[in-house]
Every structure is written in structure tokens, then in C-alpha cells.
Design a binder for this molecule. Structure first.
Ligand code: PLP
Length: 403
């Protein structure tokens, strides 16, 4: 399988005249995803889960099939453990509002890592404020490692919930989720895993990880925007109240109350076309296979780290090992603000991200205000990485420095 052949599957990659290296923000979509969404609207469009006529039943069937695809993809035990949401952010808020506000109290502790995206931090700040539970930060080394000592100190008999990202969106490092769930479960805490940056790039098995919750977004794994997932263990979901209420999520409603349906977390008309598109993206990923995807992404990361790392004024954040970067290379350049870096790269036709990457506490902890981030997907090419390195190597000169 050549990268050229793969790139043919992506209409926008065929048309765009820039090099897209902002895949951690959102990936590009292969045509099979676009076709799946279009076919849903052209052939099956009716409100799912409501009508008893054939079109609505077909829409329902496609929606539930998509749920099954997600279930099998992340190895959940049952389809009912998959809740469709809008994105990772909504999934994590669902857990915070429904689990956090109802099962945490003063005297409890919430352990969050310093490297969380704001989406897996602000909801826990809110729960802490509303319940009186204390927020405790698990700090990492400059390479992004959460040491055993730090975990043991931070996950104790008061801990009721641990919020941790599987892969950092700034450092790209992979966190030891299995170890964390073991430690958390020993003290009776639940673990909320942010899978936004892991699920698109590596096999994820929620049962092997023993995660209590796992959130991810469709758009980062080449699915449509506006569809995301929350996995939750059945026994937890069963005891949690709904997050949003309204149509679709009830068995019956009386003047003074309601009985909720098992699908109580999907209130209102669902994004069935989005779910169908997400299922198509998952099938596309599975067709390519994670062996291939991880090999390609590692080669690209190695190339980027070697080339950028050879420039004395470039500092790559996180691990020295490209295998612990998940296709993410964040860096700073002495004397040049990341916004200027990204503008110059953009003028050379290279799309990267610059700023705090919605992880301000991490950057502050690492002593940098912002950074430039190049993030790769298996459809990127070595030539694109070389162009990035070449462009970066000219930046200081173009900013008026001697080199
Ligand atoms: N968590 C991580 C680690 C992310 O990288 C992102 C997006 O950048 C999010 C959460 C939020 O994802 P979304 O905006 O799709 O909700």
C-alpha cells in the first residue's frame, strides 16, 4: 500500500496545495466517510428511534449498527455501553455532570494529570467547586512520564475519581492507563480516560484497560464533526442520572415525573448520519490496520524529530523517544514566538498549530507559554516532513537572527 494510493482516498488532500500537519486538531476524511453520510441522507433519512414505518426503522438500524461498530472497535462488552455524543468534550461533561455531581462529595479527591486538555480538566474543576471534592494534580516529568511515586502519592484512599488522558495532545506521550486503573480500583475510585488522541492511532481495548469511562471524538479519527462517543461500564451508567432530558430518552412521562429508558443519555434527535460516518471511518482504519498506521506514523515522527532535533535552537517537548509521541511533535524555537513560527510555516504552505493547545496548566508547568505543534497521520509523507524541517531551518534567519 503506497501513501499515494492512500492519499487518493482523501478528496481534500488531493485538492489542497498546503501540507496538512494539524491532524491532532482534526483529521482529514476519506471519501468512504463522505459517501456514507451522503447515502444516509439520500436513502435512509427519517428520524431514527421514533417511527414504526420502514424508513425510520432503517435509519434506526443504521444508527444501532454504528454503535455496534464502535463497541467492537474499542472492545466494549455490550453496545449499550456506547453513548453517542457530539465530541470528547461533551462525553467528559456528561460524566462530570451525571457521575461527578452525584457521587462525589466534600472530603473526596479528584486526581487529574497536569497534562489534561482543558476538556478533561474544566469539568472536574466544576465538580470540585460544586461538591467540595478536592482537585489533586498528578504531575509528570519533563518527558511526560507519570512516575509510580507520583501516582502512589496522588491516588489514595480519599480519591474517588481519576481523570487521565491516554495520549497527551501536546507531548504525544502514552500514559499507563492499565496501571492507573489498577491503582484507582484498589482504593475504590473510577477512572475517566480521555481517548481523543489515542483511539485514532492505536488499538484501544476498554476491557483490557479496565477503564470505567472513555471519551473520544469522531472528527479526530477521520469521521464527521459533531459525533463523539462515551464508553461507560454498564453498572456505572445504570446508576447515573441523565445529563440532558427531553425526547427519546424516556419510557414514560407523567405530569409529575418520568421513567427513563435505558438509552437515557441520548436526549433529542440523534446524529445518526454522523454515527454512520464514524462507523465508516472506523472500518477504513481497520482496513488499513493499526500495524500499518503505527509503523507509518512512527517513521514520520522519527524523521521529524531527527530533522528538527538537529537544529540547535529548536527544542522538542516531551520524550526523546519518537515511539512515545504518537505522531505529535511540539517544539519551541529560541527567540521566535510560536505564532510567528506558524505564520512563517503557513507562508511556506505548511499547516501547523501554535499556542497553548488547550493545555495551559501543562505548558505553564513545563515553563513555556506556548509551542508550535506538528501532528501527523499515516497519510502524510516523508517529503512533507522534509519540507517542514527545511522551512523551520530558515525561520530564525527570516526573523533577523544570523542563522
Ligand atoms: N482531549 C484531547 C486530548 C484533545 O486533544 C482534544 C482536542 O483537541 C479534546 C479532548 C477535545 O476534543 P473535542 O474538541 O473534539 O471535544
Amino acid at each position: 500500500m503506497t501513501t499515494d494510493n492512500i492519499r487518493k482516498n482523501f478528496p481534500l488532500l488531493q485538492q489542497m496545495d498546503t501540507i496538512y500537519l494539524d491532524n491532532a486538531a482534526t483529521a482529514q476524511r476519506p471519501s468512504c466517510v463522505l459517501v456514507a453520510v451522503q447515502e444516509f441522507y439520500e436513502q435512509k433519512n427519517a428520524n431514527p428511534l421514533r417511527g414504526f414505518y420502514p424508513l425510520s426503522l432503517e435509519a434506526t438500524e443504521s444508527y444501532q449498527e454504528a454503535r455496534k461498530t464502535v463497541q467492537e472497535f474499542i472492545h466494549a462488552e455490550e453496545p449499550e455501553e456506547i453513548i453517542f455524543t457530539r465530541n470528547t468534550t461533551e462525553s467528559l461533561n456528561l460524566v462530570a455532570y451525571s457521575y461527578g455531581l452525584n457521587f462525589l462529595k466534600e472530603g473526596d479527591e479528584i486526581a487529574v494529570t497536569i497534562m489534561e486538555h482543558h476538556s478533561n480538566l474544566l469539568p472536574w474543576q466544576m465538580v470540585s467547586r460544586m461538591t467540595g471534592a478536592k482537585l489533586h494534580y498528578l504531575e509528570c516529568t519533563s518527558e511526560g512520564e507519570l512516575t509510580d511515586e507520583e501516582l502512589q502519592k496522588g491516588i489514595n484512599e480519599r480519591t474517588r475519581l481519576v481523570a487521565v488522558t491516554q495520549v497527551s495532545n501536546v507531548l504525544g506521550c502514552v500514559n499507563p492507563i492499565q496501571k492507573i486503573t489498577e491503582m484507582a480500583h484498589r482504593v475504590g475510585a473510577v477512572v475517566v480516560v480521555d481517548g481523543a488522541q489515542s483511539v485514532p492511532h492505536m488499538p484501544v481495548d476498554v476491557q483490557a484497560l479496565d477503564a470505567d469511562f472513555l471519551a473520544f471524538s469522531g472528527h479526530k479519527l477521520m469521521g464527521p464533526m459533531g459525533i463523539g462517543c462515551l464508553y461507560g461500564k454498564r453498572e456505572l451508567l445504570e446508576k447515573m442520572p441523565p445529563f440532558l432530558t427531553g425526547g427519546e430518552m424516556i419510557d414514560s412521562v407523567y405530569r409529575d415525573g418520568a421513567v427513563f429508558a435505558p438509552q437515557k443519555f441520548e436526549a433529542g434527535t440523534v446524529n445518526a448520519a454522523g454515527a454512520v460516518g464514524l462507523a465508516a471511518a472506523i472500518r477504513y482504519l481497520q482496513e488499513k490496520g493499526f500495524d500499518y498506521i503505527q509503523k507509518k506514523e512512527l517513521e514520520l515522527t522519527q524523521r521529524a524529530m531527527e530533522g528538527l532535533g538537529a537544529l540547535p535552537y529548536v527544542h522538542i517537548l516531551g520524550s526523546k523517544d519518537p515511539a512515545n509521541h504518537t505522531g505529535i511533535v511540539s517544539f519551541t524555537i529560541d527567540g521566535v514566538h510560536p505564532h510567528d513560527v506558524s505564520e512563517i510555516l503557513s507562508s511556506d504552505g505548511i499547516d501547523v498549530r501554535a499556542g497553548h493547545h488547550c493545555a495551559q496548566p501543562l505548558l505553564e508547568y513545563l515553563g513555556v507559554r506556548s509551542s508550535t505543534r506538528a501532528s501527523m497521520m499515516f497519510y502524510n509523507t516523508p517529503e512533507e516532513i522534509d519540507a517542514l524541517i527545511e522551512s523551520v531551518s530558515t525561520i530564525r534567519r527570516r526573523m533577523g537572527y544570523g542563522e
